[in-house]
Design a protein around this ligand. Structure first.
Ligand code: DGT
Ligand code: CA
Ligand code: CA
Ligand code: ZN
Length: 589
C-alpha cells in the first residue's frame, strides 16, 4: 500500500485535531501538527523513506509517529486514528466548520455543557449558556449562531421540496428564451431522490444561442455566486446555498445527454455494458457503433429521436427516471414495457391529516373542503392519540366528541350533494410494548387506524423490531405510520431492519405508509423491491397539519413510484366504497 507525503500529512493533522477534540494533552497534539507540517515540506517521497526504514531520520518525527507511518504503509490504517475516529463524536467534528471554533473551544463547550450535536449547540447559544462560559460572552455566542445558520444554508444536500423551488425558478427563467428547443432537470432531482446534492439543468440549443442563456442564468437575482462559466456548462450557487449546473448541448444530442445526466451513475454503467454487448458505445454525446478496434467510432453515430428510442436500440423499454438506480430495472425493462407505477391522478383521497382537535392548524371542515378543492373524494382524519399529550392527543371522551362532529359533517356533505366523506381515524401512538393507545371498545369505533412511533425512538433495535411487529400484527392497525421516524438531513430514524416488519405487515394485510412530508419520505424507497416481493400495501399520506400540507402528496407519489408501487398496492387509490370495505375487512380477516 502506498501513500503520498500529502496523504500522510493529512492523516497526521487529523490525529492532532481529534486528539484535541478528545481533550488530550496539548503537547501530544502539537507533535502531530508539527509532524504534519514537516511531511508537507519533505523533499523525498515518504514511501522511499519507509522502504529504507529511515522515517525516524526525518527531523521532527519521533519513534512513535514513525511507527504510525510504518503501520499505515503496512496495513493501510493508523490504529490510533481508527480508535480516535470511533471515539470522538462525528457531530463535534462538524463544529469545527463553525468559524472561530478551534478544537480546544469545541472540547471546552462540549465538556462543560455536556452537549454534542449542532442543534444542542444552537439551543445553548440561544439560551445564554454558551455566553455564560468563562472566556466566551454574548459576542462569541452570537458569532457561533450566525455561523451555524450559514452552515445549514450551505449544507451538502437539500430536501426534494427545496430543490423543487430552485429548479422551477431556473426552468421558468430559461424555458421561453430564444433558442431553447428542449429543457429538462436531470440528475437526482429527476430520479426523485429524497435528498439532492446539486441541481442539473439541461438545455438543447444551437451553440450560437448558448451565450445569452448562460448570461441569463448566471445573472439571475437568486444567484449568490458564479462558480464557473464555460461554453457548454456553467455552475452557480443559489441564495439557498445550492449548486445549480446548467449544460447546453446540441438539440440532436439532447436525448443522450438527458439520459447520461439523469444517471444514476450505476444505471449508466449497466446501460453502457448493454451497449457494448450490442457492438455500440453509449456516452453523453450519443450512441455510436464500435470500431473494429473495439473503441467508440464517433464517425458512425447510431440515430435516435428520444430517450425511449435509445433504450429501444439497447433492446429494452424506456425506464421511468425514478427507477434508474440499478436495482433490477434494466432486467425488468428488457422483458416488460412498463412497471405500472402509481400516478398522482390515481390518488382518490387523503389519509393521515391533523385538525385543531390535536396539533393541526385548521378545523376538520376546513381540511375537508381543502381536499374537495383539490379534487379528492375523502379525508381520513387522524389526530393524535391520548399518549401524545404534547401534541394535543385525544382522550377517549374527546374521541367520541370528534366522532359526532364528523358524523354531522358527513351529513352536511350529503345534504349539499357533495360526494365526499370524512373517515374517522386516529394516529395512535405505538406504546413501548407495541400496543395501541386505547381500549378495544374505542379502537372498534374508528374507521381506520394509523399506528406510529413518536417516543422512545432510540430504543435498542431488537426491542424496536418487536414493538413495530406487534403494532403491524394488531388487527386494528390499518397503516403503520412513518416507520423509522427520520427527519431528513436533521435526525436519523431508528435503525431497525424493516425487512421482517414488511413481511409481517404484508402477511397481516397492514399497509406501511409512504409519508409524503418531504422531511420524512418514510418508508424509504430502498425497501421497494422487498415490499413488492412481499406484496406490501402502502398509502401515500401527506401527514397534513394544515391545508397546504395536503400538497405534499406529490412528493409522496414520486417516492411511491421510486419504490415500485403500482396503483393496486396503494390504499388511497381506492374509491370511497372500496376503501370503506377494505377498512371493515382488515380487522376481521
Ligand atoms: P446528487 O447531485 O449528488 O444529488 O446526485 P446526481 O445523481 O445528480 O449526481 P451528479 O450531479 O454528480 O451527476 C449527474 C448525473 O451525471 C449522474 O446521476 C450520472 C451522471 N454522471 C456524473 N458523473 C458520472 C460518471 O463519472 N460516470 C457516469 N457513468 N455517470 C456520471
Ligand atoms: Ca446533481
Ligand atoms: Ca451536477
Ligand atoms: Zn402524523
Amino acid at each position: 500500500m502506498s501513500f503520498t507525503n500529502k496523504d500522510v500529512a493529512e492523516l497526521l493533522e487529523e490525529i492532532g485535531i481529534l486528539l484535541r477534540l478528545d481533550g488530550a494533552n496539548d503537547f501530544k497534539a502539537i507533535a502531530f501538527d508539527r509532524a504534519a507540517r514537516t511531511m508537507e515540506s519533505l523533499d523525498t517521497p515518504i514511501a522511499t523513506l519507509v522502504e529504507n526504514n529511515e522515517v525516524t531520520s526525518i527531523k521532527g518525527i519521533g519513534k512513535s509517529i514513525a511507527d504510525d507511518i510504518y503501520a499505515l504503509f503496512e496495513t493501510g490504517e493508523i490504529p490510533a486514528l481508527v480508535s480516535l475516529r470511533n471515539k470522538v463524536p462525528k457531530d463535534l467534528v462538524r463544529w469545527l466548520d463553525i468559524s472561530g471554533m478551534g478544537p480546544k473551544k469545541v472540547y471546552k463547550i462540549h465538556k462543560e455543557l455536556g452537549i454534542t450535536t449542532l442543534d444542542e449547540l444552537k439551543a445553548r447559544c440561544e439560551d445564554g449558556s454558551v455566553a455564560a462560559l468563562a472566556g466566551m460572552g454574548e459576542k462569541s455566542a452570537g458569532k457561533i449562531l450566525k455561523s451555524i445558520a450559514w452552515m445549514e444554508q450551505f449544507a451538502e444536500r437539500c430536501r426534494l421540496d427545496e430543490a423543487q423551488i430552485i429548479a422551477d425558478r431556473m426552468v421558468a427563467l430559461l424555458k421561453d428564451k430564444p433558442g431553447v428547443k428542449e429543457i429538462a432537470v436531470a440528475g437526482s432531482f429527476r430520479r426523485s431522490m429524497e435528498t439532492i446534492g446539486d441541481i442539473d439543468i439541461l438545455i438543447g440549443a444551437d451553440a450560437g444561442d448558448a451565450a445569452p442563456l448562460f448570461d441569463a442564468f448566471t445573472s439571475h437575482e437568486s444567484v449568490l455566486e458564479v462558480l464557473g462559466r464555460g461554453d457548454t456548462k456553467s455552475s452557480v450557487r443559489s441564495r439557498e446555498g445550492r449548486q445549480v449546473d446548467l449544460r447546453i448541448v446540441k438539440p440532436e444530442q439532447f436525448p443522450a445527454a438527458l439520459m447520461y445526466f439523469t444517471g444514476s451513475k450505476e444505471h449508466n454503467v449497466a446501460l453502457r455494458q448493454r451497449a457494448r454487448e450490442r457492438q455500440m458505445a453509449l456516452n453523453e454525446y450519443g450512441l455510436f457503433k464500435l470500431g473494429s478496434d473495439g473503441n467508440t467510432d464517433f464517425d458512425q453515430p447510431v440515430d435516435y429521436t428520444s430517450e425511449a428510442d435509445i433504450y429501444r436500440k439497447l433492446g429494452m423499454s424506456w425506464v421511468p427516471p425514478e427507477l434508474r438506480e440499478d436495482r433490477g430495472e434494466v432486467a425488468w425493462f428488457a422483458e416488460h414495457e412498463t412497471a405500472d407505477l402509481v400516478e398522482a391522478t390515481d390518488i382518490k383521497g387523503v389519509l393521515h391529516a391533523h385538525s385543531t382537535w390535536s396539533d393541526g392548524k385548521y378545523s376538520i371542515e376546513d381540511m375537508a373542503r381543502a381536499c374537495i378543492e383539490r379534487g379528492y373524494e375523502y379525508l381520513g382524519l387522524t389526530d393524535h392519540s391520548r399518549t401524545a399529550a404534547y401534541a394535543g392527543g385525544l382522550d377517549a371522551r374527546r374521541v367520541q366528541q370528534q366522532w359526532k362532529e364528523i358524523d354531522a359533517l358527513n351529513e352536511q356533505f350529503d345534504k349539499e350533494g357533495v360526494r365526499f366523506r370524512v373517515f374517522k381515524g386516529i394516529e395512535s401512538d405505538i406504546l413501548a410494548d407495541g400496543s395501541l393507545d386505547y381500549e378495544t371498545d374505542i379502537l372498534k369505533g374508528f374507521d381506520f387506524i394509523i399506528a406510529s412511533v413518536h417516543f422512545s425512538l432510540d430504543m435498542p433495535v431488537d426491542k424496536m423490531l418487536d414493538r413495530l411487529s406487534r403494532a403491524v400484527e394488531n388487527p386494528y392497525t390499518t397503516i403503520l405510520g412513518h416507520p423509522t421516524g427520520r427527519l431528513l438531513l436533521k435526525r436519523d430514524g431508528n435503525k431497525v431492519d424493516l425487512n421482517p416488519v414488511i413481511e409481517r405487515a404484508a402477511a397481516a394485510g397492514t399497509a406501511i405508509e409512504i409519508n409524503a412530508n418531504p422531511w420524512r419520505l418514510d418508508l424509504d424507497w430502498r425497501y421497494g423491491n422487498k415490499a413488492q416481493e412481499a406484496g406490501l400495501l402502502t398509502a401515500v399520506c401527506p401527514d397534513a397539519h394544515s391545508t397546504s400540507g395536503i400538497d405534499d402528496m406529490e412528493f409522496g407519489v414520486r417516492i411511491a413510484r421510486k419504490a415500485r408501487f403500482d396503483a393496486a398496492r396503494v390504499l388511497n387509490t381506492l374509491s370511497i366504497e372500496q376503501l370503506a370495505d377494505h377498512f371493515a375487512h382488515k380487522r376481521t380477516r
